[in-house]
Design a protein around this ligand. Structure first.
Ligand SMILES: N[C@@H](CCC(=O)N[C@@H](CS)C(=O)NCC(=O)O)C(=O)O
Length: 219
Protein backbone atom coordinates (compact mmCIF):
# COMPACT_ATOMS: atom_id res chain seq x y z
CA UNK A 1 0.00 0.00 0.00
CA UNK A 2 1.09 3.53 -0.66
CA UNK A 3 0.12 6.65 1.27
CA UNK A 4 0.31 10.06 -0.38
CA UNK A 5 1.13 12.56 2.32
CA UNK A 6 2.46 16.00 3.22
CA UNK A 7 4.55 16.25 6.40
CA UNK A 8 2.59 17.55 9.41
CA UNK A 9 -0.73 17.31 7.55
CA UNK A 10 -3.78 15.28 8.58
CA UNK A 11 -2.19 12.39 6.64
CA UNK A 12 -0.02 11.94 9.71
CA UNK A 13 -2.99 10.08 11.25
CA UNK A 14 -3.11 7.13 8.78
CA UNK A 15 0.68 7.13 8.83
CA UNK A 16 0.62 6.57 12.62
CA UNK A 17 -2.13 3.96 12.33
CA UNK A 18 -0.16 1.98 9.76
CA UNK A 19 2.70 1.75 12.27
CA UNK A 20 0.30 0.79 15.09
CA UNK A 21 -0.79 -2.13 12.93
CA UNK A 22 2.66 -3.07 11.67
CA UNK A 23 1.56 -2.55 8.05
CA UNK A 24 4.03 -2.27 5.25
CA UNK A 25 3.32 1.21 3.94
CA UNK A 26 5.19 3.11 1.24
CA UNK A 27 5.09 6.90 1.70
CA UNK A 28 5.03 9.37 -1.16
CA UNK A 29 5.24 13.11 -0.46
CA UNK A 30 3.19 15.61 -2.37
CA UNK A 31 4.07 19.22 -3.12
CA UNK A 32 0.59 20.68 -2.72
CA UNK A 33 1.41 24.05 -4.25
CA UNK A 34 2.37 22.40 -7.55
CA UNK A 35 0.28 19.22 -7.08
CA UNK A 36 3.24 17.07 -8.02
CA UNK A 37 4.39 13.96 -6.14
CA UNK A 38 8.01 13.40 -5.19
CA UNK A 39 8.07 10.83 -7.99
CA UNK A 40 7.18 13.58 -10.44
CA UNK A 41 3.60 12.41 -11.04
CA UNK A 42 0.58 14.68 -11.40
CA UNK A 43 -1.17 14.39 -8.02
CA UNK A 44 -4.44 15.75 -9.42
CA UNK A 45 -4.79 12.59 -11.47
CA UNK A 46 -4.94 10.69 -8.15
CA UNK A 47 -7.07 13.19 -6.32
CA UNK A 48 -8.75 15.89 -8.42
CA UNK A 49 -9.32 17.85 -5.18
CA UNK A 50 -5.56 18.04 -4.63
CA UNK A 51 -5.47 17.05 -0.98
CA UNK A 52 -3.91 14.28 1.07
CA UNK A 53 -4.30 11.62 2.41
CA UNK A 54 -4.75 9.27 -0.52
CA UNK A 55 -4.20 5.57 -0.03
CA UNK A 56 -3.43 3.30 -2.97
CA UNK A 57 -4.25 -0.32 -2.20
CA UNK A 58 -2.20 -3.25 -3.45
CA UNK A 59 -4.76 -3.95 -6.21
CA UNK A 60 -4.41 -0.34 -7.40
CA UNK A 61 -7.73 0.93 -5.96
CA UNK A 62 -7.70 4.41 -4.49
CA UNK A 63 -9.20 5.45 -1.21
CA UNK A 64 -9.59 9.09 -0.21
CA UNK A 65 -10.89 10.93 2.86
CA UNK A 66 -9.14 10.49 6.19
CA UNK A 67 -12.03 8.89 8.14
CA UNK A 68 -12.54 6.23 5.44
CA UNK A 69 -8.82 5.52 5.20
CA UNK A 70 -8.44 5.22 8.98
CA UNK A 71 -11.30 2.74 9.22
CA UNK A 72 -10.07 0.75 6.24
CA UNK A 73 -6.63 0.36 7.84
CA UNK A 74 -8.07 -0.55 11.26
CA UNK A 75 -10.30 -3.22 9.65
CA UNK A 76 -7.29 -4.87 8.03
CA UNK A 77 -6.17 -6.04 11.49
CA UNK A 78 -9.21 -6.10 13.79
CA UNK A 79 -7.23 -7.95 16.45
CA UNK A 80 -5.43 -4.65 17.21
CA UNK A 81 -8.79 -3.15 18.19
CA UNK A 82 -8.15 0.30 16.71
CA UNK A 83 -11.80 0.29 15.59
CA UNK A 84 -14.71 -1.70 17.05
CA UNK A 85 -16.48 -4.24 14.80
CA UNK A 86 -18.62 -2.96 11.94
CA UNK A 87 -22.28 -2.79 12.79
CA UNK A 88 -21.74 -2.45 16.54
CA UNK A 89 -22.94 0.62 18.45
CA UNK A 90 -19.32 1.20 19.43
CA UNK A 91 -18.44 1.48 15.73
CA UNK A 92 -21.08 4.15 15.25
CA UNK A 93 -19.64 5.94 18.28
CA UNK A 94 -16.25 5.91 16.56
CA UNK A 95 -17.81 7.25 13.34
CA UNK A 96 -19.54 9.92 15.42
CA UNK A 97 -16.15 10.98 16.77
CA UNK A 98 -14.45 10.84 13.35
CA UNK A 99 -17.24 12.97 11.87
CA UNK A 100 -16.75 15.47 14.68
CA UNK A 101 -12.98 15.53 14.22
CA UNK A 102 -13.30 15.88 10.45
CA UNK A 103 -15.84 18.67 10.26
CA UNK A 104 -15.59 20.47 13.58
CA UNK A 105 -11.95 20.19 14.59
CA UNK A 106 -10.02 19.62 11.35
CA UNK A 107 -12.06 22.07 9.27
CA UNK A 108 -12.43 24.32 12.32
CA UNK A 109 -8.73 25.05 11.95
CA UNK A 110 -9.09 26.13 8.34
CA UNK A 111 -10.19 29.76 8.91
CA UNK A 112 -7.32 30.18 11.37
CA UNK A 113 -4.82 28.73 8.93
CA UNK A 114 -6.18 30.76 6.00
CA UNK A 115 -6.26 33.93 8.11
CA UNK A 116 -2.49 33.86 7.91
CA UNK A 117 -2.88 34.37 4.16
CA UNK A 118 -3.47 38.10 4.83
CA UNK A 119 -7.11 37.53 5.72
CA UNK A 120 -7.95 36.24 2.26
CA UNK A 121 -10.23 33.57 3.63
CA UNK A 122 -13.22 34.07 1.35
CA UNK A 123 -11.05 34.35 -1.76
CA UNK A 124 -9.34 31.09 -0.81
CA UNK A 125 -12.35 29.15 0.43
CA UNK A 126 -14.91 29.95 -2.29
CA UNK A 127 -12.93 28.67 -5.31
CA UNK A 128 -12.24 25.44 -3.42
CA UNK A 129 -15.92 24.92 -2.69
CA UNK A 130 -16.84 25.77 -6.28
CA UNK A 131 -14.27 23.30 -7.60
CA UNK A 132 -15.59 20.59 -5.28
CA UNK A 133 -19.17 21.20 -6.40
CA UNK A 134 -18.02 21.06 -10.03
CA UNK A 135 -16.55 17.64 -9.24
CA UNK A 136 -19.87 16.52 -7.72
CA UNK A 137 -21.63 17.82 -10.84
CA UNK A 138 -19.41 15.65 -13.06
CA UNK A 139 -20.04 12.67 -10.78
CA UNK A 140 -23.79 13.14 -11.18
CA UNK A 141 -23.51 13.20 -14.99
CA UNK A 142 -23.97 9.44 -15.25
CA UNK A 143 -25.67 8.47 -12.02
CA UNK A 144 -28.97 9.35 -10.43
CA UNK A 145 -27.63 9.72 -6.91
CA UNK A 146 -24.33 10.46 -5.24
CA UNK A 147 -23.25 6.87 -4.67
CA UNK A 148 -24.91 5.33 -7.74
CA UNK A 149 -28.39 4.33 -8.83
CA UNK A 150 -29.96 4.50 -5.38
CA UNK A 151 -30.62 7.24 -2.85
CA UNK A 152 -28.37 6.90 0.23
CA UNK A 153 -27.74 8.88 3.40
CA UNK A 154 -25.07 10.80 1.46
CA UNK A 155 -27.79 12.34 -0.76
CA UNK A 156 -29.68 13.52 2.30
CA UNK A 157 -26.48 15.11 3.62
CA UNK A 158 -25.60 16.83 0.33
CA UNK A 159 -29.18 18.04 -0.12
CA UNK A 160 -29.12 19.77 3.26
CA UNK A 161 -25.77 21.45 2.52
CA UNK A 162 -26.57 22.45 -1.05
CA UNK A 163 -29.60 24.41 0.11
CA UNK A 164 -27.16 26.88 1.69
CA UNK A 165 -26.04 27.91 -1.79
CA UNK A 166 -29.59 28.20 -3.16
CA UNK A 167 -29.91 31.62 -1.58
CA UNK A 168 -33.20 32.37 -3.30
CA UNK A 169 -35.17 30.36 -0.81
CA UNK A 170 -33.17 30.51 2.39
CA UNK A 171 -33.26 33.80 4.19
CA UNK A 172 -31.68 33.06 7.50
CA UNK A 173 -28.28 32.11 8.84
CA UNK A 174 -28.01 29.27 6.31
CA UNK A 175 -27.44 31.39 3.27
CA UNK A 176 -24.07 31.47 1.58
CA UNK A 177 -23.00 33.74 -1.24
CA UNK A 178 -22.23 30.96 -3.66
CA UNK A 179 -24.36 29.75 -6.57
CA UNK A 180 -24.44 26.54 -8.53
CA UNK A 181 -26.57 27.70 -11.48
CA UNK A 182 -24.14 26.42 -14.11
CA UNK A 183 -24.07 22.91 -12.63
CA UNK A 184 -26.85 21.21 -14.56
CA UNK A 185 -26.35 17.66 -13.27
CA UNK A 186 -26.40 18.98 -9.73
CA UNK A 187 -29.58 20.91 -10.50
CA UNK A 188 -31.23 17.76 -11.93
CA UNK A 189 -30.16 15.75 -8.89
CA UNK A 190 -31.43 18.51 -6.59
CA UNK A 191 -34.80 18.38 -8.31
CA UNK A 192 -34.87 14.57 -8.08
CA UNK A 193 -34.16 14.59 -4.38
CA UNK A 194 -36.68 17.41 -3.87
CA UNK A 195 -39.50 15.16 -5.14
CA UNK A 196 -38.91 12.46 -2.54
CA UNK A 197 -41.66 12.11 0.02
CA UNK A 198 -39.10 12.17 2.82
CA UNK A 199 -37.67 15.50 1.62
CA UNK A 200 -41.08 17.10 1.08
CA UNK A 201 -42.16 16.01 4.50
CA UNK A 202 -38.97 17.22 6.19
CA UNK A 203 -39.16 20.59 4.41
CA UNK A 204 -42.80 20.92 5.44
CA UNK A 205 -42.03 20.07 9.05
CA UNK A 206 -39.23 22.64 9.12
CA UNK A 207 -41.51 25.29 7.61
CA UNK A 208 -39.43 25.45 4.41
CA UNK A 209 -41.67 23.93 1.76
CA UNK A 210 -43.33 27.13 0.61
CA UNK A 211 -39.99 28.92 0.37
CA UNK A 212 -38.46 26.00 -1.52
CA UNK A 213 -41.19 26.27 -4.18
CA UNK A 214 -43.11 23.46 -5.82
CA UNK A 215 -41.31 20.17 -6.24
CA UNK A 216 -40.57 19.34 -9.91
CA UNK A 217 -43.22 17.04 -11.37
CA UNK A 218 -41.00 14.69 -13.35
CA UNK A 219 -37.94 14.60 -11.05
N1 LIG B 1 -11.69 15.95 3.29
C1 LIG B 1 -10.30 15.59 3.36
C2 LIG B 1 -9.50 16.84 3.66
C3 LIG B 1 -8.03 16.55 3.77
C4 LIG B 1 -7.22 17.83 3.94
O1 LIG B 1 -7.74 18.87 4.34
N2 LIG B 1 -5.91 17.72 3.63
C5 LIG B 1 -5.05 18.87 3.68
C6 LIG B 1 -3.87 18.59 4.61
S1 LIG B 1 -4.40 18.49 6.32
C7 LIG B 1 -4.46 19.13 2.32
O2 LIG B 1 -3.96 18.24 1.66
N3 LIG B 1 -4.56 20.40 1.87
C8 LIG B 1 -4.04 20.81 0.62
C9 LIG B 1 -5.07 21.45 -0.26
O3 LIG B 1 -6.26 21.48 0.09
O4 LIG B 1 -4.67 21.91 -1.33
C10 LIG B 1 -10.08 14.52 4.42
O5 LIG B 1 -10.77 14.60 5.46
O6 LIG B 1 -9.27 13.61 4.22
Amino acid sequence: MKLYTMPASCALAPHIVAHELGLDLELCRVDHTRHVTEEGDDFLSLNPHGYVPVLVLDDGSLLREGPAILQYLADLKPQHRLAPPNGSLARYRLQEMLGFLNSEIHKGFVPLLYARLAGRYIETARPKLEARYAWIDRLLADRAFLMGADFTVADAYLYALTGWGQASWLTSYYRADIHFDALHHLAAWYGRVRTRDSVRRALREEGLEAAAGPAPQNG
